[in-house]
Design a protein around this ligand. Structure first.
Ligand code: ATP
Ligand code: MG
Length: 349
């Protein structure tokens, strides 16, 4: 797939502009705070509708009410215009001028690799669950729908627990078990393939220690109903549902040890890179075309092995946009980012 051009309006510190992007590797370099991450974040939002900004209004340039991004995407031999507008607590999405829901954007259009991905290794289970669920939701609209319904049911069940409505539990348990069991099945299937792909990518990265990835479930489809009943008293006293897929984790083991407790900074980055490569492979398998690859701050990945891997990875996809505080050595085209603008004086490498 190829992002033909990216337009932004009122987006963080970026100057309003339409930037064309050719196929191949584009390298964007600039000082700290220039706007490189913002540019990739805007591209990712435009291409996928996804952002992990805690509040949507953070994306809007201070002093403005609304921001807008647009991606002209070439995928499957045809052009789509993807537009997203965001403001305080609200978001609108259009494909070719027609209002759609966020999930209706092309789901395999981009993968974003960034230094913060190390948090997938060190951070709390929530982050790994979010990684897995975001990926599964992109692979299967059914999973996205199940998850939304599960989250809603969970919130209602928790409210009933806090209100001490013991009598209402049979009804909530029924829907939670039905939805939760299906989510567990979908996760199990995808986690198996993800584990193979991540382990292979990790080995390619030159790591001597094998990476294992395993779903850690708080219950299973057969036991779910029973476990809810067994822990009812505890749930009522805590006012929260204590078992279910919302408590699962993705265990990462490096060699013989849990990666979150033992991995060095570099090892954690390598694992995170392997997870993103697995994401790229899964999306490619599913959609039959490689997503646009966005790599933020390649210079934060300086070990020669990882550097070579990133160079090779960027060169292997139809289009990659790579940022750093220095020019990317593998770029066919280099652009300079300063004060939120991409400078016109382009240097052909
Ligand atoms: N909503 C906003 N309105 C205005 N400016 C913003 C907004 N959000 C972020 N910024 C500013 O955008 C600037 C650029 O941030 P960005 O993270 O893109 O820099 P960067 O080029 O990636 O830097 P680094 O090399 O340090 O990673 C920052 O100075 C930040 O304060
Ligand atoms: Mg940055």
């Amino acid at each position: 797939m190829q992002l033909l051009s990216l337009s932004t309006l009122n987006y963080r510190n970026l100057q309003d502009a339409t930037l064309p992007f050719p196929a191949g590797v584009s390298g964007l370099w600039g000082e700290n705070g220039a706007g490189k991450t913002n540019l990739l974040e805007a591209a990712y939002l435009a291409l996928t509708g996804l952002t992990d900004a805690p509040r949507l209004e953070q994306l809007v340039r201070s002093g403005e009410r609304e921001a807008y991004v647009r991606a002209d995407l070439m995928a499957g031999g045809s052009l789509s215009v993807l537009e997203t507008g965001v403001g305080r607590g609200r978001r609108t999405t259009r494909v070719d001028g027609v209002r759609v829901r966020g999930q209706e954007l092309p789901r395999g259009s981009a993968v974003w690799i960034r230094p913060e991905d190390s948090e997938l290794v060190y951070g709390p289970p929530t982050l790994r669950r979010a990684y897995l669920d975001a990926l599964l939701s992109r692979l299967s609209p059914r999973h996205a729908q199940m998850l939304q319904r599960y989250d809603r049911t969970l919130a209602q069940r928790n409210a009933a627990l806090r209100a001490g409505e013991d009598w209402a539990m049979a009804v909530w348990d029924e829907s939670l078990v039905t939805l939760g069991s299906e989510i567990m099945q979908l996760r199990r299937r995808a986690a198996g393939r993800l584990a193979e792909l991540a382990a292979a990518a990790h080995a390619q990265l030159g790591s001597q220690k094998p990476l294992q990835l395993q779903l850690q479930e708080s219950t299973d489809p057969e036991r779910f109903r029973h476990d809810l009943g067994r822990r009812r008293a505890e749930e009522l006293s805590r006012g929260a549902t204590v078992v279910g897929p919302h408590r699962d984790d993705l265990n990462l083991t490096l060699g013989d040890f849990p990666a979150g407790d033992y991995a060095s900074r570099g090892e954690a980055r390598t694992i995170a890179l392997a997870l993103r490569k697995a994401e790229l492979d899964l999306l490619t398998e599913k959609f039959g075309e490689q997503p646009v690859l966005l790599i933020d701050d390649f210079s934060a990945e300086l070990d020669p092995h990882r550097r070579a891997f990133l160079l090779q990875l960027a060169a292997s996809v139809p289009q990659a946009i790579v940022t750093g505080t220095e020019a990317f050595p593998g770029a066919a085209r280099t652009l300079h980012v300063a004060a939120g603008g991409v400078l016109a004086q382009e240097v052909e490498a």
